[in-house]
Design a protein around this ligand. Structure first.
Ligand SMILES: Cc1cc2nc3c(=O)[nH]c(=O)nc-3n(C[C@H](O)[C@H](O)[C@H](O)COP(=O)(O)O)c2cc1C
Length: 728
């Protein structure tokens, strides 16, 4: 719901909000320019002295105004000539005619009303409110994603669009809340929805005597120019007319002959509030605030573009569910937890079969769980597992939402996973434990589906049909991933002599006329899915290059009986494979220049070497890597030496289990380097680990005593994104 509140106005109003924001940026620099252009208003100069100095240069004066931008102007009538000039508030000397440039006028009009009068003003008012809703909902979404309000400043992981959106959003949030609240207020008061105080001056009777020179009038002598807003002069041919003196304290009428204060109407709280809101919105008279608000507004176009990119990606990735019943009318609620979208395909098959059997089925992402209606009879949960037994993207908020659900209905959990992972269907199990602990009745015992097995899914469908009292045939045909052909151009072989063959394989996209084609976009640490010939199930490998390197590189260890690794190891230059890219945004270096500690073993060096290669900016990067023998499987040996010389790599520690020095593992190097690693972690270093599960486990044991004295532990580092793993 919150995401919809954020995404819908964001996508629909992006263009209008961008116009308002960019014009706001242009106007925000005006107070600083005005501050430079206008002489400072002195303290200690009386309004009387200023009025007298100005009166000496003109035949008739209508008013002296101190404008919100700090300029002091005089409206005068000299015979037939009327005009407005800027004056020096200290001396009353003329500084030339006052005018607002045509450009500023157009920008202001665009900002306030899209150049279209009242309708435009109403639209910008609604835009300000929408911006407020977007900022507040965006902050709540970010807090939810990072694990609560207390985690709002933690590093943000995800795709580049997600990271830019989150980083800029939290940078600009305070300024945008201020601008949108004050903008909505000003818009409401311009339409009379909030009263703008305009107290009528009381009727007074002036003495009617001959007007005295302005410089002699007591009430004007007692008022400092620093507090002046406006002084209106009496009409020269009307002896009963008075001076009108408006200051921040209120409005007074002054007798033109005696200088006595005939009336005083104090400024109300509403007057002061309106003035303060105008200053907070425009920054006029507060130029630093103006610049801060301008910087916040400058983030809006980027927030709009990245927000639309994220929305489009999510929309395009999700399969269409035909005949999706609204939640309030559904007897069956089917929720999906998926990262790579394949579980959505199973959900669509189940949804169709249940709908054909006469059920009203509402299918949605697990994060979009809504309170059940009175007609809801059952809940079906289809959940994949990602990370290391973790929730997939569309289920991260599910368990906390489930805890708020009042009604319990019978529930069936179907886990999707891969038996090769130690936490097979770990997230589905975590979910089941939470459901059981909270007293949810089970519709069916939990089932785990290995590697998207259509047979296991069909079997579960039969069991579900038995419980529902009718046949349920689930014939799922997995949609094949959209692949591209890749051609092997180069291979390097290692490790044969030590019984651990590893190949570095470099592919290109075949193009026309023998030229390379355009590779899909990817970064080191993303995954490439490769379909072994005749097998629909892809195998995933971590990428050791970025698409900017002009080739796709992977490091593959030959596994005994491994279908895909055997296929890849048999490839010769010129051979082709069918492949697709799967982003792996959690395994990325955090933005900034904090040191990186890269730890890996064997073929796990692939993505780490790719990260080092991409470090042209010379960020401190320390690599710990373990192999078997320096003479047989020292992967990337020459390239790493070059990276050290070019400062892409700061330090390299290797460990060889069959080395000449008796053998050591990467965790031994870590333990031996404890003081240096502790110092790097104290400086905010991020740790990225890639390789086999046993190595990763041994690394956590070696690191734990290193981080403890810093008041840290690995779960904390993991949850803040400072310890990330790509483990297989
Ligand atoms: C990076 C990655 C990590 C995974 N981690 C696990 C895991 O810890 N346990 C598990 O059983 N399956 C794991 N899997 C397998 C997925 O759960 C399985 O492929 C599932 O069908 C994916 O569904 P989805 O495409 O809807 O996200 C992982 C898959 C990937 C790509």
């Amino acid at each position: 719901m919150l995401r919809r509140i954020h995404a819908l106005p964001g996508v629909v109003l992006a263009l209008g909000l961008t116009v308002m924001a960019l014009t706001g940026v242009a106007l925000s620099v005006q107070p600083a320019l005005d501050r430079l252009a206008s002489p400072a208003i002195p303290v200690g100069t009386s309004v009387a002295a200023l009025a007298e100095a100005v009166a000496a240069r003109h035949q008739g004066i209508d008013s002296i105004r101190v404008r919100p931008d700090g300029a002091v102007t005089v409206a005068f009538t000299d015979g037939e000539t009327r005009g407005v000039e800027r004056v020096d508030p200290a001396t009353g000397a003329g500084l030339g005619p006052y005018h607002v440039s045509e450009t500023t006028r157009v920008i202001t009009n665009l900002h306030r009303a899209f150049l279209t009068g009242d309708a435009g003003r109403a639209a910008t008012g609604a835009g300000a409110l929408a911006m407020l809703v977007l900022t507040v909902s965006g902050t709540l979404l970010l807090a939810r994603r990072l694990g609560g309000a207390g985690a709002l400043l933690q590093s943000i992981r995800g795709t580049p669009a997600q990271r830019w959106h989150g980083e800029l959003g939290r940078f600009a949030a305070a300024g945008l809340v201020l601008s949108s609240l004050t903008g909505a207020w000003m818009s409401a008061s311009s339409f009379g929805l909030i009263p703008e105080h305009e107290a009528a001056a009381p009727m007074v009777s002036a003495s009617g005597g001959a007007p005295a020179p302005a410089g002699t009038l007591a009430a004007l002598r007692a008022t400092d120019v620093a507090s002046l807003l406006e002084l209106t002069f009496p009409a020269p041919d009307d002896p009963t007319d008075t001076y009108g003196l408006r200051t921040s304290r209120g409005e007074a009428q002054i007798d033109a002959a005696t200088g006595a204060e005939l009336s005083f109407t104090p400024a109300t709280t509403l007057d002061r509030l309106n003035g303060m809101i105008r200053t907070l919105h425009t920054g006029q008279g507060a130029w630093v605030l103006g610049l801060v608000l301008g910087l916040s507004a400058a983030a809006v176009p980027v927030l709009g573009a990245t927000g639309i990119a994220m929305w489009w990606r999510r929309r395009a990735a999700r399969p269409r569910i035909a005949m999706n019943a609204p939640a309030r009318a559904a007897d069956t609620v089917l929720l999906v937890g998926s990262e790579g979208n394949s579980t959505w395909g199973f959900a669509a098959t189940l949804h169709d079969a249940l709908t054909r059997a006469g059920h009203h089925v509402h299918t949605a992402a697990m994060n979009d769980l809504q309170p059940f209606s009175a007609v809801t009879e059952r809940l079906l949960l289809l959940a994949a597992t990602h990370g290391d037994g973790a929730a997939p993207a569309s289920a991260t908020a599910f368990l906390s939402r489930l805890a708020r659900q009042e009604r319990r209905v019978p529930v069936a959990v179907l886990g999707f996973g891969d038996r090769c992972f130690p936490h097979f269907c770990g997230y589905a199990e975590e979910m089941l434990a939470a459901l059981t602990a909270n007293g949810w009745p089970q519709l069916l015992p939990m089932k785990r589906i290995d590697r998207r097995s259509a047979q296991e899914f069909a079997q579960w469908g039969r069991d579900l049909g038995t419980v529902l009292g009718h046949d349920l045939k689930l014939e799922h045909v997995a949609e094949p991933p959209k692949t591209v052909a890749l051609e092997l151009v180069e291979r390097e072989d290692y490790g044969v002599a030590v019984g651990a063959p590893v190949a570095i394989l470099r592919f290109r996209r075949p193009g026309t006329d023998g030229k390379a084609g355009r590779l899909p976009s990817f970064e080191p640490g993303d995954l490439v899915g490769i379909l072994p010939p005749g097998h629909p199930m892809p195998r995933f490998y971590s990428l050791a290059s970025s698409s900017c390197d002009g080739m796709l590189e992977i490091c593959v260890r030959l596994r005994a009986g491994g279908l895909c690794s055997t296929f890849l190891h048999a490839l010769a230059p010129g051979d082709r494979v069918e492949a697709f890219i799967r982003a792996n945004p959690t395994f990325r270096p955090a933005a900034g220049r904090a040191p990186l500690i890269l730890i890996g073993a064997g073929a796990g060096i692939g993505p780490l070497a790719g990260l080092v290669r991409a470090n042209a900016a010379g960020r401190p990067v320390h690599l710990y890597w373990g192999g078997r023998s320096p003479s047989s499987d020292f992967l990337y040996e020459h390239e790493l030496a070059q990276h050290l010389a070019e400062k892409r790599l700061t330090s390299l520690q290797t460990a060889f289990s069959r080395g000449p020095d008796g053998g050591a593992y990467v965790q031994d190097r870590i333990a031996a380097d404890a003081p240096r690693l502790r110092e790097l972690i104290r400086q905010g270093a991020q740790i990225l680990v890639c390789g086999g599960r046993d190595m990763a486990q041994a690394v956590t044991w070696a690191l734990d005593p290193i981080v403890r004295p810093l008041g840290l532990d690995l779960p904390t580092l993991k949850s803040s994104g400072r310890y990330v793993e790509d483990v297989y």
